[in-house]
Design a protein around this ligand. Structure first.
Ligand SMILES: NC(=O)c1ccc[n+]([C@@H]2O[C@H](COP(=O)([O-])OP(=O)(O)OC[C@H]3O[C@@H](n4cnc5c(N)ncnc54)[C@H](O)[C@@H]3O)[C@@H](O)[C@H]2O)c1
Ligand SMILES: O=C(O)[C@H](O)COP(=O)(O)O
Length: 572
């Protein structure tokens, strides 16, 4: 198999070799030369995948940006490879799973180009508002078309920011300086955090309806609550015909075909695009037509391309290469282990459990987090449980951001999000040998219920889990006792605790050709409660693990079948 690396034969010479495969700032290369004088540094950009595979076996370190694809084949051929360094943030071009399996460290520069990306967004905003690229083209063709390029001021206009993270927050600050009214949609940022930036939080639909400019700053994530295709035909139809859309985040967040259609039908006044679903776009017919459209301003993924950012990211990763090649631990390891090998054996299944609990919570109950109480009971309390907390933070944050969480950065990343985690330990076992419970508290430190009746049944403020036969199990979701393996696609819904409900859902899934792997209906109480004749049935939680994604039409049919509500599909 490709990823089974054969041990490297002894090198003919012991020279350490570093390959720079994409253009990076000279300062980074100079840093490597100064601090690793014994190393050979080769700068070879524009290599084909086959060329890269044929030479990578000689190198201990590989430096890339977003162009070079560091595939499983490249990593497998990298018999001496210790580190892949991404001079920038996104590691979508690196096969992280294979790198981790092969013990190759991947590092990046998580903060080095945030300002560059925010400034590029503002440049795009003003270029759109004042038709600067089109006016420049017209001048260069010898024309003086003063009346053709009537622009609009941005002052007092509404800027809608989707994704108020590192870049989105910097864009907000700059837009406030331009006297714009800034609103934002980010299910994971609280109104209090936003108000410190002078930003008002709202929902996606309201943002799209109200904004004169909409700018995207989420990472590209897949899965049921992912951002791929977040802005499609329906979302574009909500925008004002005079509105303009900016994407300096990632290609794939906008449905490019729907965007082109909206522009052609003049249902949108313009778009500025720095990123595309295929890069470089080469002869991709749709993307070619999109970037050639009169109302589109396009740049070839230049968000991070400033001298300052490039020097910053190049130095950042060069320092980490030196550290790793000298046997140290880098400060921005993307795939760093969360735990030392000695304790790994005992805590590994619990780390998986905590990460799954985090992923489950983020998808079941999206929203800002303020405080989490983690309680442990049983013999695991004898260990240093910090890796478990880091695993929880990893599970909570990674589905919704570019964050790569490790033991070192986990507490900092949680703090940056305004999340406080407290721990309680009790060595006395409950009915489970070891039990972990996470309880989510609101800003006032209370475990809040959303309301009464159905909304109360839908609200999840608590999750409990354990490990059985070395495998994580979730045993409680909100008010419900249950037992299921947190793995793959899982459907959650609520229904009155009465006959016929399971069959109804099962029939629709069967019609959709979706195989049910496991099913559980969680009661509120452990033992059935005596029910008076004529009393309303309790609300039960139905949990169904399936082998494949459930098609949208089947979900709609389940929703419309009556008595079933609070339907969510998570991908663990
Ligand atoms: N064009 C460039 O050269 C360039 C440069 C730097 C960063 N980027 C990209 O910009 C984007 C933002 O980077 P960042 O460092 O600010 O990331 P970040 O992780 O700090 O912020 C992302 C934000 O998106 C939010 N979010 C997640 N899912 C969401 C959803 N469904 N709806 C609304 N908000 C959601 C998260 O809560 C988070 O606050 C990333 O895609 C990054 O790769 C591009
Ligand atoms: O992820 C990033 O850091 C940015 O998208 C920049 O990518 P680049 O280094 O290829 O310009």
């Amino acid at each position: 198999m490709a990823e089974d690396r054969q041990p490297a034969p002894p090198a003919p010479t012991e020279t350490v070799k570093i390959l720079i495969a994409d253009r990076v700032a000279q300062e980074g290369i100079d840093f490597l030369r100064t601090h690793l004088p014994e190393a050979t540094i080769d700068v070879r950009t524009g290599l084909s995948p086959a060329e890269l595979c044929s030479i990578i076996g000689d190198y201990a370190a590989l430096v890339v940006r977003s162009e070079t694809q560091v595939t499983r084949e490249v990593l497998a051929a990298g018999k001496r490879l210790k580190i892949v360094a991404r001079a920038g943030v996104g590691v979508d071009n690196i096969d992280l799973e294979t790198a981790t399996r092969l013990g190759i460290m991947v590092v990046n520069s998580p903060l080095g180009n945030v300002i560059a990306a925010a400034e590029h967004t503002i440049a795009m905003l003003l270029a759109l508002a004042r038709h600067i690229p089109a006016a420049d083209r017209s001048m260069k063709s010898g024309k003086w078309e003063k009346s053709r390029f009537l622009g609009s001021e941005v002052r007092n206009k509404v800027l809608g920011i989707i994704g108020l993270g590192k870049v989105g927050s910097e864009v907000a600050k700059r837009a406030r300086g331009l006297e714009m009214e800034v609103i934002a949609f980010d299910p994971y940022v609280s109104a209090e955090q936003a108000s410190k930036l002078g930003v008002q939080m709202t929902n996606l639909e309201d943002l799209l309806r109200r904004s004169d400019f909409v700018t995207l700053h989420t990472s590209l994530t897949t899965g049921p609550s992912g951002t791929r295709g977040l802005i499609g035909a329906r979302e574009l139809s909500l925008m004002k015909p005079s509105a303009r859309l900016i994407n300096c985040a990632r290609g794939g967040i906008i449905d490019e075909e729907a965007l082109l259609q909206a522009l052609k039908e003049q249902r949108l006044a313009g778009a500025a695009l720095d990123v595309f679903s295929q890069e470089p776009i080469r002869d991709h017919a749709l993307l070619r037509e999109l970037v050639s459209h009169e109302q589109v301003v396009a740049t070839p993924h230049l968000g991070a391309s400033t001298e300052e950012a490039q020097v910053g990211v190049a130095l950042d990763v060069a320092e980490q290469i030196v550290t790793v090649l000298r046997g140290g631990f880098p400060r921005a390891a993307v795939n760093a282990p969360l735990i030392l090998p000695e304790t790994l054996k005992v805590l590994q299944p619990y780390m998986t459990l905590l990460e799954k609990m985090g992923r489950l919570y983020t998808q079941l109950q999206p929203g800002p987090l303020h405080r989490i109480e983690l309680s442990y009971s049983g013999e695991i309390t004898a260990y240093d449980l910090r890796p478990l907390q880091a695993a929880l933070i990893k599970g909570l944050l990674e589905p919704i951001s570019d964050a790569h969480v490790n033991m070192i950065n986990a507490p900092l990343l949680a703090k940056q999000r305004g999340l406080e985690i407290t721990e309680q330990k009790s060595p006395t076992a409950s009915e489970f040998a070891n039990l972990v419970t996470l309880r989510v508290l609101d800003v006032n430190g209370r475990a809040s219920f959303a309301g009464q009746g159905e909304s109360e049944a839908e609200h999840v403020e608590l999750l409990s889990g354990t490990v059985m036969h070395g495998e994580p199990r979730i045993v409680r979701v909100g008010r419900y006792w249950t037992e299921f393996v947190p793995e793959g696609y899982i459907l959650f819904c609520r229904n009155p605790d009465q006959p016929g409900m399971i069959g109804r859902v099962g029939t629709i899934l069967g019609k959709a050709g979706v195989n049910i792997r496991h099913m559980d209906v969680g009661p509120i109480e452990r033992a059935p409660r005596p029910r008076h004749p004529g009393a309303k049935p309790d609300i039960a939680l139905m949990i169904i693990s399936v082998d494949d994604p459930i098609p949208d039409w089947a979900l709609e049919e389940i929703r419309a079948s009556g008595d079933i509500f609070g339907l969510t599909v998570v991908n663990l």
